[in-house]
Design a protein around this ligand. Structure first.
Ligand code: ATP
Ligand code: MG
Length: 228
């Protein structure tokens, strides 16, 4: 079995803004294996969300090589990407990913269903995250931090092999943020989940196997002595 979930080599990606072409990622390389958690830090606008969207197939690189689950990107069709996002790759988007017309509980059940699961541990996840009491509410009837935790439950309920998390504790107070790390590290231990976690939460970052800094378009090992 191929242990590598992500193998990215020399990925570049720019955006066109009017006449201007703005380079965001430039020859970025990354490898992520099963059972591994990697934290990504970097200033606002450095390209962290762009990177996650390259890795889940929502956007394409301008150049470079990318393999996901050992498969080269050019052999993954749009349908295959959609299937991967339903069943094997969970993305926790920065702005939440709940369906507004479904209650929290139904959002979770829906995600489990999309992943093809007959049974799911959604109730347990809500309990673990401290939001069991809002299960019957709609996303616009709960707070930002509650929405973030509901989105976490949706991501984990599908039992993904790879999770791409964009600031999963960004809207949470200290006590709620404390509940998030076990979700990642239990799944890593129990199911060899691989996780790429964009986070500025030092406790979460420090529990990861590596901390990488996105700077000038590429990832480098984070050196706290240089950066602080
Ligand atoms: N669709 C787009 N069109 C044009 N420019 C974009 C687009 N998406 C992002 N950008 C630009 O690309 C750069 C990287 O954006 P990105 O969202 O990846 O940054 P980020 O590191 O996630 O930032 P933050 O920490 O604020 O979430 C920014 O300068 C942003 O303005
Ligand atoms: Mg972002």
């Amino acid at each position: 079995m191929n242990d590598a979930l992500i193998q990215a080599h020399d990925l570049s990606r720019s955006y066109r803004n009017g006449r201007e072409q703005i380079s965001v990622l430039s020859r970025l390389s990354l490898e992520l294996r099963r059972g591994e958690a990697v934290a990504v830090i970097g200033p606002s606008g450095s390209g962290k969300s762009t990177l996650l969207n390259l890795l889940n197939g929502l956007i394409a690189p301008d150049s470079g090589a990318l393999r996901v689950f050992g498969r080269p990107r050019d052999q993954i069709s749009e349908n295959d990407w959609a299937e991967l996002r339903r069943t094997r790759i969970a993305t926790l988007f920065q702005d939440g990913n709940l369906i507004p017309t479904l209650t929290v509980a139904r959002n979770i059940a829906f995600r489990a269903g999309l992943a093809g699961l007959q049974q799911h541990n959604g109730a347990e996840l809500l309990e673990q995250l401290g939001i069991a009491d809002i299960a019957r509410r709609y996303p616009d009837q709960i707070s930002g931090g509650q929405r973030q935790r509901a989105a976490l439950a949706c991501a984990f309920v599908m039992q993904p092999e790879l999770i791409l998390a964009d600031e999963p504790t960004g809207s949470l107070d200290y006590a709620s943020a404390q509940k998030v790390a076990p979700l990642f590290f239990d799944a890593i231990r129990e199911r060899a989940l691989g996780a790429l976690i964009v986070t500025h939460n030092p406790e979460l970052a420090q529990r990861c196997d590596r901390i990488l800094e996105l700077r000038e378009g590429a990832l480098r090992p984070w050196d706290s002595a240089v950066s602080s």
